[in-house]
Design a protein around this ligand. Sequence first.
Ligand code: ZN
Length: 379
Amino acid sequence: MRHKYLNLKKENKELFNELVFNKHIFKEEKQLSEKLFYFSFGEFGCESIIPTFLIPRINNNFKEYRKIVVGWQGREYFYRDVCDEFWEIDNEFMSLKDRSHAFENHSTEIASLEKRLSNLGIVINGNKMGNLCLTCRCAACSHEFPRDRGDVYCPKCNSVKIIKSLIQGCKDYKNNIYPLPQINQKYIDFADELIPEKSVALFARNRKTYGRNLPKYFYNDVINLLTDFGYKVVLLGEVSSSYNIDNDKIINLMNHKYVGNLEAAFAVVKKCDFSLQFYTASTRISSLLNKPFVLVESPEQMFGRGQEGFRLSLMTKKYSDKKLVVSNFVDVVDNFSEFLTMLKDAVIDFIVNKNSEDVFFRPNDMLLAQSQKYKENIW
Ligand SMILES: [Zn+2]
């Protein structure tokens, strides 16, 4: 079913005149009920928290409402069990992903859509969902207030009996994750047929915003490294934010009709021994499947102001399921061959020797101290 919504005024050439959605109806509407719209137009790493923690929590407060998630193409799998309808934006508008920042989307088109749907029901937008990750509640007086880390007391009644925010309490909350649906047999069969034993899923970030994209030739070196080690490399990702790499050693899902289909990606990662990614949150797929993964990420994202460290912990049950290679993007770019040698050692140590301790490229004392504190606090 294709439905057209929203006629935008063409203020400049980059704006879309209209947005088109494919509607997935999970439950037929029985009677006229009030509507609740969830907006899920953020980055993937944040989005993964929406069906697993945020929507189940918010749904409890809106039992009588008809719940509708409005979001990206290919994400139906995430929302099948937590809402009544999923409105999937058409592929031609996926370039709006370039305007994603954490849970939010800064495009005029999504802002207009929100305005429009606000007339039809309550809209829970990305900003509200982002804030909810940081909201604590006082057990004594029920006052809610934002706090992400550190010691907490209620600003209203000074009580120290505080129900932690999602981010702050990630260690505990991870054990109560709302489960994703079973993967459809059609995709399991697809993965069984396509993916041989001893495969590794590779994600090659190519975001238009924020940079931090490694050059394509770097990925060819990584593919050689894994192939020499006896692995079949499976390239995954979304067209709007990942490289398509022309390399005849790999199984390339970037050319497959299931590209960008999240449920197919889950089935493929499930079949692989582990996944490998650089500066991207595709780790969530492995995390949610309890599969091992190797992540190259910057210290700022893991231990600094970026909340990726908290989010990663929230979504990853076992510390030993992951290998973190902590490295600044510029250090990698400036020292490719040195970095590759280190990466190879780290992958072998993780997969063969099951050593999940973090490794650091160009470490310093401050970084090592930060990482120790991080480990104690949130794992
Ligand atoms: Zn209080």
